[in-house]
Structures are given as C-alpha cells and as structure tokens.
Design a protein around this ligand. Structure first.
Ligand code: FA5
Length: 344
C-alpha cells in the first residue's frame, strides 16, 4: 500500500504541472484530495494494514496530503495570475472609442402644448387650478345647469363607476364650481383661473375623438365682466399662441352652463384661410367652446349673479397639437409608439 501511495503522489505531482486554468485545478483537487479522491481513499483503508505498519503509513499519507495541498496552493496562484493576464489582454478597454449615448425620454406632445398654454395664460394673469378626475354626477352636470334627464346630458357620453353618482369627468367644467367655491370667498372675491386636466367620454374612438383627452378650461369671475372681455381675452390668447396675425371668429352655439354661448374659430394658420385639408377647406379651425357664465352656475359657485358676472372657455390641447403638427390621427397620442413620440 505504501508503494501505491507513492505512485499516487508521483502521478498527482505530474498531473498538476500541466494544469492551466481553475477548472482543471478543481478537477485535479477532486481526483486527489476530494472526499472521494485517491489520497483519502488510502487513508480510509488504513485499517487493512497490519497494526505495526499503520503508524508509518498514516504519517506518510499525511505528509503526502500536506505536500499535495501545498502544491495546489502554489498552482492556484500561478493559474489566477495567468487568468487575470488573459482577461486583461482579451477584455482590454479601448478608451479612444466614442461613448455610447444613453436613450433619454422626451416630453409628450400634449405636455409641450399644455406647458405653452400655462405660460401664455400665466402671463395673462390666470393661475392654474387643479380639479379632480373622478367627479360626482351633481358637479359634472346638475350644478352646471344640466339637471337629471335633461337632454343636454347626451352631449357628454359618460363613464359611470360602480358607485352610483360617481363618474369620470366628461369635461373640465365641473372644476368651475370647485374653483368658485374654494377661491371665491363665498362670492366675495374675483377669480381668474385655468383648469387643465384629463377628461373621459364613452365615445366611439375615431381619428379626431379619443375616449380620453385633455381639456383646458378657463374661468374669470368679477364685477362688470362682459362678452367683450371674453372676445378680447381669447383674441389676445390666439395672437400669442398662433402668432400676431391670427384672426379669430365667434360663432353662436349652445352650452347649458354659459349664456350666451359661442364656439371660437381661428383662421387656418396652414393655408391662411384659403382652404386646405387640415381646415377641411373651410379656412377656419375650431379652438374652443366658450360663453358668459350662466347665472345659475354663478349662484351654485356662491356668487350673486346680480352683482357678479364671468366668462368661461374650454379648449382641447390634443386637437390644437394635431392642427399645429398636422397629426392626422388622435390615436397616436396614447398608443405609446416611440416612432411617434420621438418626433417631439
Ligand atoms: C365642452 O366640453 C365644454 N365643457 C366646453 C366649454 C367650457 C364651453 C366652458 C363653454 C364654457 P366640447 O364637448 O365641445 O365642450 O369639448 C371642448 C373641446 O374638447 C373640443 O373643442 C375638443 O377640442 C375637445 N374634445 C371634446 N371631445 C373630444 C374627444 N373625444 N377627443 C379629443 N378632444 C375632444
């Protein structure tokens, strides 16, 4: 057995001399020093020897084990140094290569338009007032002079929740009530706000109509506010948004919460009124619904309509963005298609 041990020892030393990487080193360790390896095999069978030989054999076997462990440690150093050198050689960093650009996000086209609107209306003295997306039926309709069962409710196809009376707002106009009640000091203070936000309608989605879209509402309440103030304000806004030559026209219309009501058109800035695809060959593009705040609505906001008056308007930022960039389909806005979004 001693002879056999010496053979294993010699063989192990020869084998380790040709080990070049850590994988081969682990295999070598398993073969000779592992629990099932040959050196331990020898140590385990010590009992087969005659008693008087056991001590010498055991001593020699331990020497062999220690020597092989030392050889392994030595080899490990060589192998890892060689591997490091190889990694450095192969994975060399070329510091002269240009850096890789990180893709960065951009602002959504609607955000661009909304920010421009905030800036212009801010310059004109309107502060931003945020109102809730989830509304009650009462504020979205009744307090805006649209009682239950009134046919005008059909103008806004509504998303209802499972809680009776709780809906998603169909327009930003209910924010008028909140703003008047919160900022008006019980009908004693004038207010001038814009109310931006998402609106929801249970509508057939088409190239021009989404079931989710932004509106930007405007509301001014004060003493002696007249239709001419509405005209002047909207005209000034259009001049700032569409350029100094922008022409505006008002068409009479109907909204239950304004009286009189109008729709505002701007002369088509693409064809200059000649008629083109964007303005549907009419020369005009609709930009807002507007009017003088209905006395009932003023009253619901806490104001005495014999002393106070106001105007309101509601515009659609997506439609405005579509006109500006000749975007032919509103469905691009919420599709999250980077090929569209990256253009802004
Ligand atoms: C209203 O919602 C009124 N609340 C506006 C108003 C406010 C009138 C204050 C008077 C005083 P209308 O339904 O027309 O009106 O919507 C206003 C604007 O929202 C439209 O001109 C359009 O730009 C936008 N809009 C309406 N429905 C959609 C839709 N389905 N998809 C995209 N934009 C829409």
């Amino acid at each position: 057995m001693l002879q056999e041990l010496e053979t294993i020892y010699k063989e192990a030393l020869e084998a380790i001399a040709s080990v070049r990487d850590s994988e081969a080193l682990r295999a070598w360790e398993r073969t000779y020093l592992g629990e099932k390896g040959s050196v331990y095999g020898m140590l385990r069978s010590i009992g087969k020897l005659p008693k008087e030989e056991r001590a010498d054999f055991g001593k020699r076997a331990n020497e062999v084990k220690e020597a092989l462990l030392a050889a392994m440690t030595e080899r490990e150093k060589l192998v890892s140094a060689a591997e490091l050198a190889r990694d450095l050689e192969e994975g060399q960093i070329d510091v002269t290569l240009p850096g890789r650009p990180h893709p960065t996000g951009g602002l959504h086209p609607s955000t661009h338009t909304l920010r421009e609107l905030y800036r212009i209306w801010g310059d004109m003295g309107f502060q931003v007032y945020r109102s809730r997306d989830v509304e009650d039926d009462e504020t979205n309709f009744t307090l805006l002079n649209i009682p239950e069962h009134h046919p005008a409710r059909d103008m806004w196809d509504t998303f209802h929740t499972t809680t009776p009376g709780v809906i998603l707002r169909t327009h930003t106009s209910p924010g008028q009530i909140h703003a008047m009640r919160e900022l008006g000091d019980e009908g004693n203070e004038p207010i001038r706000v814009i109310l931006p936000g998402m609106c929801y309608r249970y509508e057939q989605v088409t190239a021009r109509s989404e079931m989710q879209f932004h509106q930007l509402e405007g509301l001014a309440v004060g003493r002696n506010i007249r239709m001419s103030d509405l005209r002047g304000t909207i005209t000034e806004f259009a001049r700032r948004f569409y350029g100094p030559k922008a022409k505006i026209r008002f068409r009479s219309s109907y909204f239950p919460f304004t009286e009189p009501s109008v729709e505002v058109d701007v002369e088509c800035f693409l064809c200059g009124g000649e008629g083109c695809r964007v303005c549907k060959y009419s020369g005009w593009i609709e930009i807002a619904g507007a009017g003088m705040v209905h006395p009932t609505v003023l009253q619901n906001g806490g104001y005495d309509p014999t002393q106070w008056s106001g105007f309101a308007f509601g515009m659609g930022p997506e439609r405005m963005t579509m006109n500006k960039h000749d975007i032919r389909d509103i469905r691009y806005f919420w599709n999250n298609d980077l090929r569209f979004l990256e253009q802004f």
